[in-house]
Design a protein around this ligand. Structure first.
Ligand code: SAM
Length: 279
């Protein structure tokens, strides 16, 4: 096997808990890279120690200044740079996309050494449909932004995946139950670690369970798609709008119905105006 890497950017996935999940190719790339660019040098140092690799680690975040990134991109012409994040696949709710974009634009080799990703691992544990899934990352921490983000996702006909932390879990599950309806869901925790678990139930059941006892560790929430019977028919929408119009002006009626039926509000305002005009 060649013991030098051609210059370029190597996106290297690392374990999400169990260090034995490092693949031979990931280890070889980290060993042979000229530079390791990492989110947090202390976290990556632990992995490198485990592998017996001694190497200087360069800090990299997408919000480093353009000049720092440009400096790193310039080195890609002569050096093999391995990009890692604290855990899992770089760029997935982690830094890296601007570096990949700029490296490719500059004509350098960009390649990936795939491996663990908590979103995909959780999807495999959840026992929910996997044919279409939507990765939504972390929900916003503030209640209003969180509600709006959930509203946007309510009509997505796919399994939804969110990253979450223990202290925020119950609040997020409650908001998801309110915004999406009581769908089937799973909370996958500490994947590949000693206390791995995957708890399934409806969003209401899970919100109640975790309100009592906020869990520790790293968490992924997986939520099944809306059921076919959850889709409101035109007649359902008109009936809901007509009822709301008895109490509210068209704009507010449209927003209320959109929220209640988990529909995008576009189009409902026009329909509310038409109903008000006698259409
Ligand atoms: N890039 C990573 C990946 O590929 O999964 C994700 C990075 S993101 C900053 C960290 C989040 O991933 C955690 O807050 C948690 O939601 C999820 N996560 C990471 N490791 C996990 C694990 N072992 N079990 C469950 N969730 C995990």
């Amino acid at each position: 096997m060649n013991d030098t890497l051609p210059p370029g950017l190597y996106i290297v996935a690392t374990p999400i808990g169990n260090l034995q999940d490092v693949s031979k190719r990931q280890e070889m790339t980290l060993r042979q890279a000229d530079i390791i660019a990492a989110e947090d040098s202390r976290v990556t140092a632990k992995l490198l120690n485990h592998l017996g690799i001694k190497k200087r680690i360069t800090a990299y975040h997408d919000h480093v200044g353009d000049s720092v990134r440009a400096g790193l991109v310039e080195q890609l012409g002569e050096k093999a740079v391995a990009l890692v994040s604290d855990a899992g696949t770089p760029l997935i709710s982690d830094p890296g996309y601007k570096l990949v974009r700029d490296a490719r634009a500059a004509g350098h080799l960009v390649t990936t050494i795939p491996g663990p990703c908590a979103a995909i691992a959780a999807l495999t544990l959840a026992g929910l449909p996997t044919d279409r899934f939507f990765f939504a990352g972390f929900l916003p921490a503030k209640a209003k932004a969180r509600t709006e983000a959930i509203e946007e996702l309510a009509t997505v006909r796919a399994t939804l995946i969110f990253y979450e932390s223990g202290p925020r879990l119950a609040k997020s599950l409650r908001a998801l139950a309110e915004g999406l309806g009581d769908r089937e869901a799973a909370v996958a925790r500490e994947i590949s670690k000693a206390f791995e678990e995957c708890v399934t139930g409806t969003l209401d059941e899970l919100a109640a369970r975790y309100a009592e006892a906020p869990p520790k560790g790293e968490i992924v929430i997986v939520i099944g798609p809306p059921g076919a019977d959850a889709a409101a028919s035109d007649a359902d929408i008109d009936a809901a709008l007509a009822e709301a119009l008895e109490r509210l002006p068209p704009g507010k009626a449209a927003r209320e119905v959109a929220k209640a039926l988990h529909l995008p509000s576009e189009g409902l305002y026009e329909r509310a105006m038409a109903l008000k005009a006698g259409g």
